[in-house]
Design a protein around this ligand. Structure first.
Ligand SMILES: O=C(O)CCC(=O)C(=O)O
Ligand SMILES: [Fe+2]
Length: 416
């Protein structure tokens, strides 16, 4: 058989030294040219091309499984920094490379009709099976990601008095900082510093570090665009018009939060001081975008097991939230996830979450419910109330969703 070797292969060989992929590559058509929607610097462009090739090699579609991640080329996202402490008091086990779906954003937005249709279908499967996926070729530059991460890191190391005014803030206050935060849940100590800022419709931002406002403005705008495009594609994957979910939840005036999490080492001490990051929970919003500082620790629940999420270089993780579960009448679930930390290095994660407009009453779209109302899973709840409820209580799996769940009478008629 004669195979044509695409010129980009040598680039791929140089960067990855993975001969076996070269062989596979020769048997499949090269990936469509990658032109991310936003501007990208040249190293990001090379990375995007490699990732796109990788997609082509692994599955020949826009979605593939991350069972064989590309080794780190930039030293940042090496994903091998992980030493799991003992699990919390559940029965979950931790997997390694467990086939987390990967979505090529460029195909979703710019692909030819047939590629797009396939990508939408694959996206739907990722939402339904996992509620969690990675997105590549997303157009948000590494430079911007580094800038927001570094600036938040600076904030965490400011003296306490610089942050004092935000330390006592309540769940609906637009800027909240929790620092040196240690809570004990079921005998496990969870430690995390966090910064939470409302980013849209209006950006609220601590005065220091001085550059935070500009960086956060740019980062929130870029990631909001990305998440809103994903919302459109998710709407289509549910068999709805692209704008349907957006209309149902008022995403035109969506609410957005940026969260920086910092999990400081070392995690030492007695049995009650096993360092954990964040207890299992689902997110109260609609869709969450997350990247980390090269230190693993995010785990997602899938098929009754905890799976360690190892990112492809440059990829974002996407986490489906409770509002997607409600609006889709439970077809797509808000995925349970947690952060487990235990290595020598501090872990940081950066979250950008979009949610319905605060005053939107979110309920299942009628198209996804039988006309007689049979199978209706959720009642309408104002998002502001939902968020306040979830944020005011201890993080406890998916318990918050119960306030929206339709309670069925399972007792049957009383005996006479
Ligand atoms: O740090 C992580 O990886 C998880 C963070 C998270 O789940 C959250 O902030 O809601
Ligand atoms: Fe979360």
């Amino acid at each position: 058989m004669i195979v044509t070797v695409h010129p980009i292969i040598s680039e791929h060989r140089d960067a990855t030294a993975h001969g076996k992929r070269l062989h596979l590559l020769a048997l499949r058509k090269p990936a469509a040219p990658v032109a991310p929607p936003g501007s990208v610097d040249s190293s990001a462009r090379l990375q995007n091309r490699l990732l796109s090739l990788y997609c082509t090699i692994m599955a020949g579609t826009s979605l593939h499984r991350s069972t064989d991640p590309i080794p780190c080329t930039n030293g940042e996202h090496n994903g091998h920094e992980h030493a799991l402490p003992s699990s919390p008091s559940d029965t979950g086990t931790c997997g390694g490379d467990d086939g987390i779906p990967v979505v090529d954003f460029d195909v979703l937005v710019n692909g030819a009709a047939d590629q797009r249709a396939q990508a939408i279908q694959d996206l739907g499967r990722a939402c339904e099976d996992w509620g969690f996926f990675m997105v590549i070729n997303h157009g948000v530059t590494e430079k911007l990601k580094e800038a927001i991460m570094e600036t938040c890191k600076e904030l965490f190391s400011l003296p306490e008095e610089e942050k004092a005014e935000y330390l006592e803030a309540g769940p609906m206050d637009p800027i909240r900082i929790g620092t040196g935060f240690f809570s004990v849940v079921d005998g496990i100590r969870y430690c995390r510093d966090y910064l939470k800022m409302f980013a849209h419709p209006e950006l609220h931002c601590p005065a220091k570090p001085a550059k935070l406002r500009d960086v956060a403005a740019e980062y929130s705008a870029k990631t909001r665009d990305l998440l809103l495009q994903l919302a459109k594609a998710i709407s289509e994957s549910l068999g709805l018009d692209g704008g349907r979910i957006s209309v149902a939840m008022g995403l035109d005036s969506c609410f957005q939060i940026l969260v920086a999490n910092h999990y400081p080492p070392p995690y030492t001490g007695g049995p009650d001081s096993v360092g954990m990051g964040l207890p299992a929970h689902s997110d109260h919003g609609f869709l969450t975008l997350l990247f980390q500082n090269g230190v693993d620790g995010l785990q997602v629940e899938h098929d009754g097991r905890w799976h360690l999420a190892k990112p492809l270089p440059g990829a974002f993780f996407v986490i489906t939230g409770d509002q997607l579960e409600i609006v889709s009448n439970g077809k797509y679930k808000g995925v349970l996830h947690r952060a487990v930390v235990g290595g020598e290095r501090a872990r940081m994660s950066m979250v950008s979450m979009i949610s319905p407009c605060l005053d939107a009453v979110v309920e299942p779209v009628p198209e996804l419910v039988a006309p007689d109302g049979q199978g209706l899973e959720f009642r309408g709840v104002r998002y502001r109330d939902y968020m306040e409820h979830q944020q005011s209580n201890k993080l406890n799996g998916k318990a918050a969703l119960d306030i929206a769940r339709v309670q069925r009478d399972t007792t049957g008629p009383a005996e006479k």
